[in-house]
Design a protein around this ligand. Structure first.
Ligand code: SAM
Length: 299
């Protein structure tokens, strides 16, 4: 239920919430993120200050707003789950605890795919072919690829039906239902009809070694789906499957591109080399200079 409150009382709530945020090491800007999303306030209004406003219409009561904020402060629920959205590249994507919150560092994977296609002798075949986003979660990579390659078809695979329901919302939100097909199942299992037909396999799979999971921030380990994070003992369980099986599905010259954890570059290179079906294996650093992506082409 919405509520009309005085600018002064909302301003007081905002100042107190920001002080609480600082005290527990949360970015105080998140208070304004919540206000923008939940109260329909814009950045300019927030910059000018709320105290001068006679009244502000809230989409929920001040008590509910406070309740949500306490979930952020006390339970460490990520603000993106509290507002139900996360910005990613030029998109604003629906998110829920069923999906990993799409990360800024993953945004680069789309640019890497575009660069790889541009330098491929099979540029046209790749740009107009069938691409797979393995482990699509919110659908972020699939949507980014559909936007970057307007003549490609995208298959978005996930074993989580709940994640696919969120991906479906995002695909609809960006009017991409005729370009992106959601596929439910484990890795290549739902793609039996696509052997030798894929132009590219792109993935941000679970890659965190199981032993490291308990050391992650509470926002991640207590709230994001473990199945999106846990890559097994050395973090490479899923990358191993995707690297080993992809050659059966890729066309000659097809692209293999995956995100990994910083420090896994050497192991993933070794893995792709052992498979013996790839050329041009390349480890690529993220904007912070850490090895975060590996790219290769099917021989
Ligand atoms: C790290 S998240 C990536 C989500 C999204 N692509 C992104 O970049 O934000 C990994 C995703 O892989 C999915 N996944 C885990 N195991 C899988 C499997 N065996 N088959 C298909 N998808 C799987 C998870 O459900 C999760 O959505």
């Amino acid at each position: 239920m919405g509520e009309r409150v005085s600018g002064k009382s909302l301003d007081q709530w905002r100042n107190q919430a920001k002080a609480e945020a600082k005290a527990v090491g949360i970015d105080p800007q998140e208070v304004d993120w919540l206000l923008r999303a939940i109260c329909d306030l814009d950045s300019l209004t927030l910059r000018l200050g709320l105290s001068q406003m006679a009244g502000v219409d809230l989409k929920l009561s001040l008590a509910d707003l406070e309740h949500r904020w306490q979930q952020r402060v006390q339970r460490r629920v990520p603000v993106q789950y509290l507002v139900g959205e996360a910005p990613w590249r030029q998109f604003s994507l629906n998110v829920s605890p069923a999906v990993l919150i799409p990360r800024p560092e993953t945004e680069l994977i789309i640019d890497l795919a575009v660069d790889a296609v541009e330098r491929s002798p099979q540029r046209d075949a790749l740009a107009t072919g069938i691409w797979v986003d393995m482990g699509t979660g919110s659908g972020a990579i699939a949507i980014g690829l559909a936007d970057a390659f307007p003549n490609a078809q995208i298959l978005a695979v996930d074993q989580s039906a709940d994640a696919l329901a969120i991906a479906q919302e995002n695909v609809q939100r960006y009017d991409l239902t005729d370009r992106i097909t959601l596929c439910h199942g484990s890795w290549f299992q739902p793609l039996a009809n696509y052997r030798g037909k894929l132009s590219a396999v792109v993935s941000n799979p679970p890659y965190i070694p199981s032993g490291i999971l308990p050391t992650l921030q509470p926002e991640v380990i207590a709230h994001e789906p473990t199945t999106a994070l846990d890559g097994g003992p050395d973090g490479l369980d899923d990358l191993r499957i995707i690297a080993t099986q992809a050659p059966d599905y890729l066309i000659a010259g097809g692209l293999w591109l995956a995100e990994m954890m910083a420090g896994q570059g050497e192991l993933v290179t070794e893995l792709l080399t052992q498979v013996g079906a790839y050329r041009g294996i390349q480890v690529i650093e993220d904007l912070a200079g850490r090895d975060r992506f590996t790219l290769a082409f099917r021989i």
